[in-house]
Design a protein around this ligand. Structure first.
Ligand SMILES: [Ca+2]
Length: 323
């Protein structure tokens, strides 16, 4: 499978057999009408280098000017409609004792994507999210997943690769598995849980910032669990317990790195127009993982992953709709 999966080096399948069908039904309810996206045309540039350990930091030149213009546009939009740039972290809550901790984020406008060398992350364009929502403070953990397994609503038996379970991010789950977990939370709590749209995910990852990482233009060791980025006590090349690295300004942990995160949208080869939740063959994962170089962990980073394929580098976090 996935012979044409361009960033093949991104996907390390967990075990022999490589995939298993997850349980669960159709696509999540997704309020695409909540989101409006601006569009811009762009020129071409070099192909991405996800597996290049030197990192694809890139040629910006004329694109830098375009990005500056977009940032100015965002500022103007913020003055008119109120961007979330100055928001302080909202209180953490959870809907039940075994539910994930959630943080609410406000409606707002932000610049999604970037005008860098990777076609799948282009173009940078303004996006407005018209309604607030709450997103998981961390990736869903093994412990949280186990509550769903115990309730008979999620499949069990996923390998932890000897790293331990507990507060490590849940891995080796298909897109359908992640949706099953969200449906279980919905039934348990009476609220609507689902996977985030790409725009919602990136909005929360950026937390009002426009730099490649929420903390700036460069990444120093100890800020993100990515390849050659980690410090003790977690060894390079493994997941870390969630929340082991600093949270972003809105309180979300590990939006950069640790494990990739399934989102609701099907894959699109660029960042201009969201595909929505399908049906489709290929889904989208966001944020990079411990397996990849630091450039892959940036806010705009995204990759394709076939929906039935599970991996030890892919997990997820859930979104809760706010009526
Ligand atoms: Ca992550």
């Amino acid at each position: 499978m996935a012979a044409d999966y361009r960033p093949l080096c991104l996907l390390a399948r967990a075990a022999a057999g490589g995939k298993r069908e997850g349980r669960g039904g159709g696509p999540p309810r997704t309020p695409l009408s909540l989101m409006s996206q601006g569009r811009r045309g762009l020129g071409r540039s070099a192909s991405p280098a996800f597996c290049d350990k030197t990192g694809p930091h890139a040629p910006r030149s004329s694109q830098a000017a375009a990005m500056s213009a977009l940032r100015f546009l965002l500022l103007v939009l913020g003055l008119v409609a109120g961007t979330a740039q100055a928001q302080a972290p909202a209180p953490v809550f959870r809907d039940c004792p075994v539910c994930p901790e959630m943080i609410s984020v406000p409606a707002g406008t932000f610049v999604m994507g970037e005008d860098g060398p990777r076609p799948e992350t282009r173009p940078a364009h303004p996006v407005t999210l018209d309604r607030p929502f709450a997103l998981g403070r961390t990736e869903v953990t093994f412990d949280q997943w186990q509550a769903c397994v115990a309730a008979g609503a999620c499949p069990g038996g996923q390998d932890d690769h000897g790293w331990g379970r507990g507060s490590r991010p849940m891995i080796n789950v298909t897109h359908a598995d992640a949706q099953a977990y969200a449906r279980w939370l919905s039934a348990l709590t009476g609220h609507v849980y689902r996977l985030p749209l790409e725009a919602e995910w990136e909005y929360a990852a950026r937390a009002g910032t426009t730099t490649p990482w929420w903390f700036g233009d460069t990444l120093s060791p100890g800020w993100v669990n990515c390849l050659h980025c980690v410090t003790e006590p977690w060894k390079d090349h493994a997941s870390a317990p969630v929340a082991s690295y600093p949270a972003n300004p809105w309180g979300f942990f590990d939006m950069h790195g640790n494990v990739w995160e399934w989102v609701a949208d099907c894959w699109t080869p660029d960042h201009q127009t969201p595909a929505g939740p399908g049906p489709c063959r290929d889904g989208t994962i966001r944020g990079g993982a411990w397996y990849h170089i630091k450039a892959v962990s940036q806010s705009a980073s995204r990759a394709r992953n076939p929906l039935p394929v599970w991996s030890y580098i892919v997990g997820f976090r859930v979104l809760r709709e706010i009526p």
